[in-house]
Design a protein around this ligand. Structure first.
Ligand code: SAM
Length: 262
């Protein structure tokens, strides 16, 4: 598994390029917010937390653009939010309070605190070694019938990289997520799955895309000798689509409610 320090370092390095490059993550964020619209309740004021907010807080800003609820917001990430992004968030009139915690979500969610009405998270949970345990910790941070709305990636994600390098994060099928969520005490009230294939003119562009979205830290990273690079290129050449290099994203979105009896 990729170390926490590497994850933080790579996302910090990509903080000025991420929003421009992370097109699929941006789609996931927008879809998640539009799904969530039907389920975030009638309360006027919500306590909300964004897990894995990122330096640019894209999901939170998408949510702020769509909601009329007044919000007490907590942000949690290994990396700091950019000061200009923080200022942008404060310009939304719904924002009543904003706290940001630079922490590992796993440690954060294991601590006692006032509970939340809504926890959101975009494209973060696949970095967690034991997501089942995290789901059980997150549910303890929710009020009764609170909502956890999150997105992640599934089995076919970056399948080309896996085919060529044998390296990949561990991804789960939709059915495994549904089972983990149910066993943790959530009722899944909406779910969406989609795939997007991006095409790049050169392998260099593809690798640059990964770097600029903070993902150049696949596990079991090996030393790139000249001959290994050549084999990598040859294998990737065989996967070309319309003379371009493909990179598949496979996304899953869930809106979950804490079951009453929990
Ligand atoms: C792909 S980015 C998504 C950022 C943001 N949610 C968005 O929608 O644009 C993943 C984020 O998860 C954070 N992250 C990964 N593992 C984490 C952990 N264990 N604890 C806290 N944050 C983590 C990274 O630092 C990064 O900012």
């Amino acid at each position: 598994m990729t170390s926490i320090n590497n994850i933080a370092l790579n996302f910090d390095k990509s903080k000025y390029t991420y929003s421009q490059q992370a097109k699929v993550q941006s789609l996931m964020s927008k879809y998640l917010v539009s799904l969530l619209k039907h389920y975030d309740g009638r309360k006027k004021q919500l306590r909300i937390c964004d897990l894995g907010t990122g330096s640019n807080a894209n999901l939170l800003i998408d949510y702020l653009n769509s909601t009329e609820h007044n919000l007490n917001i907590t942000l949690v990430d290994l990396v700091n939010i950019l000061p200009e992004v923080k200022e942008k968030i404060f310009r939304f009139s719904q924002v009543k309070t904003l706290e940001s915690e630079q922490q590992d979500v796993f440690t954060w969610s294991d601590q006692e605190r006032q509970k939340f009405d809504l926890i959101i998270s975009n494209a973060m949970i696949q970095w967690i070694e034991n997501p089942f345990e995290l789901l059980q910790q997150i549910i303890n941070q929710l009020n009764s019938q609170g909502i956890f709305a999150f997105s992640t990636f599934s089995l076919e994600n970056f399948k080309e990289l896996k085919q060529v390098t044998n390296n990949s994060l561990v991804y789960f099928a939709k059915s495994s997520w549904l089972e983990m969520l149910s066993k943790s005490g959530y009722q899944v009230i909406a779910c969406q799955e989609f795939q997007e294939q991006l095409l790049f003119a050169s392998l260099n562009d593809l690798m640059q895309h990964l770097k600029e979205t903070g993902v150049n830290n696949l596990p079991n990273k090996s030393i790139w000798t000249k001959s290994k690079l050549e084999i990598f290129k040859q294998k990737f050449d065989e996967l070309k689509v319309d003379d371009r290099y493909p990179l598949t994203y496979h996304s899953l979105l869930f809106i979950c409610q804490k079951k009453l009896e929990v």
